[in-house]
Design a protein around this ligand. Sequence first.
Ligand code: G3H
Ligand code: 13P
Ligand code: NA
Ligand code: ZN
Length: 328
Amino acid sequence: ALISLRELLDYAAEHDFGLPAFNVNNLEQIQAIMQAAHEVDSPVIMQGSAGARKYAGEPFLRHLIEAALEEYPDVPVVMHQDHGSEPGVCLRSIQSGFSSVMMDGSLMPDMKTPATYEYNVDVTRKVVEMAHAVGVSVEGELGCLGSLETGQAGEEDGSGAEGTLSHDQLLTDPEEAADFVKQTGADALAIAIGTSHGAYKFTRPPTGDILAIERVKEIHARIPDTHLVMHGSSSVPQEWLDIINEYGGEMPETYGVPVKEIQEGIKHGVRKVNVDTDLRLASTGAVRKHLAENKDNFDPRKFLKESTAAMKEVCKARYEAFGSAGHG
Ligand code: G3H
Ligand code: 13P
Ligand code: NA
Ligand code: ZN
């Protein structure tokens, strides 16, 4: 059944757990997420980015998620729009049936230029007014995602802030967060703590100077009733990097956000944990391995089945580690 993000995160806060929010673009990801949720009895947050809408087209994306709801009527599902670049994008998602939208006002509509605080408050508040009128939840973002090592937003596909970000931009300020939530009425708040989108987050296993879990604690202490969201929270499993590289891939050394650090965040108000890259890595590794080992195969179902199975294992591991398993 379709539920709102607010309803799910209120329940998660009451029961002290967090949830992965998986990005979806295709049938196999959606099946992996739903099969895993069904097996471990977890609620689900599926989110579509602008890139996903560009890849699949809005009707296909929406109908795939609706198919998941039909196939698994007992699994609670939030259909969330990820990183809306302007209020109009969120309005279209609300009209097409999403139960939650993210207004990312940390960046201007080009999604490259850091926005002023006043702009962010203004657009987020507008979206909250529209969304709440029809029972849809809103996630806002304060602070810019990016690396504390390099000051770069670092996403390989070129979205994210351009140029070098300052320490102040890369770490959400607790006082400003309190004012932001008060002024906008957002249901959940994405914060910046040194994570970034994609596979290349850290050049070494992260320590507190480059992954600021302490900042999560400070923000949570200031706004204990606000549901916090961690973006760029793939763990970048070394096993999958190894498999990709063993079967013809060439990915350089890189590190993600350790599950243990996310669990620490969940103890301090983090309720939604965005994961996209980990499913991409598992899918790519499984497909490379299958094709390398089955050189005569030309039936895509055979390698896509491996893709689904690999992603499903990652999903189960995250539902269990973040504590949502058993709460479906
Ligand atoms: O927002 C970041 C997600 O990883 C989505 O990525 O824009 O390539 O679909 P995407
Ligand atoms: P990852 O690239 O770490 O999976 O982050 C995804 C994300 O934050 C989507 O909004
Ligand atoms: Na989001
Ligand atoms: Zn994100």
